[in-house]
Design a protein around this ligand. Structure first.
Ligand SMILES: [Zn+2]
Length: 297
């Protein structure tokens, strides 16, 4: 279990390095609660961070967070927490006591440090170790932030947040395409396009099939593919034939179904008769004819 998780974390940090440019030593921002909790379960915080991210780390603590530790100095374990925090590099967050008599909430302080310009990017490539769920939730919304917390004396590296995963996948697809273009020519690209357009198989296959027929008639290996293309073409051609066939049938029927024509002629004759009948009485034969026809049918 432990080995499995370790493997997972190594892979995860590799992905962060590949996609977001993380490098050793990893800068890990720790919050006041993280320092306290690590001390509570007698955890060597720096060493455990190092083994979790599988690389050298540089733990950092913001001015606001260390002020919180000083504020809790008199509580049990308060001094030990301060001593531990002193071993970490201080990250100037700019929330000076003159301006902020009370230290900022962890969520506010870390947001300003991780994403100073609110662009949704982890500008300085910080790893964040925070015991506050709301803080971690906020940081999941910023792209490429590895998140660490302690649960029951176990240090956990969160799986990549959805948005970061999407960026990673996009990046991988882009690299994959770039490599394909390098290694193989147009043919591979065409095949890839076919694979991508799974939904519209019939049309794209037909077009490709036609092209192959025109260009690559002599090759024997690709003949089955052509046949598949031809099969794909059939449904379309059938669709096209349907409208074509019906007019053909009509043309065929024309000589055969002379009776229907004569019927039509008879109707016309009737109309003319009715016209003739009404002609002497009514002055509008054209209007009378359609009304009679409607009545007959
Ligand atoms: Zn601050």
């Amino acid at each position: 279990m432990r080995g499995k998780r370790s493997k997972q974390y190594r892979k995860l940090m590799e992905q962060f390095s590949m996609t977001f440019g993380f490098r050793e030593p990893y800068q890990v921002l720790v919050d006041a609660e993280m320092v306290k909790d690590a001390n509570k379960c007698t955890m060597d915080l720096a060493a455990r961070l190092q083994s979790t991210v599988h690389g050298k780390v540089k733990p950092l603590i913001t001015q606001c967070e260390i002020r919180k530790l000083y504020a809790d100095k008199d509580q049990p374990g308060g001094n030990a927490a301060i001593e531990l925090a002193k071993t970490f590099e201080r990250r100037r967050c700019g929330h000076h006591p003159d301006e902020y008599p009370k230290p900022l909430e962890t969520i506010e302080c870390l947001r300003s440090v991780v994403d100073p310009k609110s662009t949704g990017e982890n500008k300085h490539r910080y790893v964040v170790a925070s015991q506050n769920l709301d803080v971690r939730r906020m940081l999941r919304g910023i792209r490429g932030v590895p998140l660490i917390y302690i649960k029951r004396s176990v240090m956990i590296l969160e799986p990549m947040a959805d948005e970061s995963v999407q960026i990673r996948e996009r990046e991988e697809r882009r690299k994959f395409r770039a490599e394909l273009k390098k290694t193989v020519g147009k043919r591979k690209r065409e095949e890839k396009d076919e694979g991508a357009d799974n939904g519209d198989h019939s049309e794209s296959d037909d077009e490709d099939g036609d092209r192959r027929k025109a260009t690559q008639a002599p090759t024997t290996e690709k003949k089955p593919k052509k046949h598949r293309g031809a099969k794909g073409a059939n449904p379309l051609s059938v669709k096209k034939k349907k409208p074509q066939q019906t007019p053909k049938k009509e043309t065929d029927k024309k000589p055969e179904t002379a009776a229907s024509d004569t019927k039509a002629k008879r109707k016309r004759r009737k109309k003319t008769k009715s016209e003739n009948a009404t002609a002497p009485g009514a002055s509008e034969p054209a209007a009378a004819a359609p009304s009679n026809a409607g009545g007959e049918s």
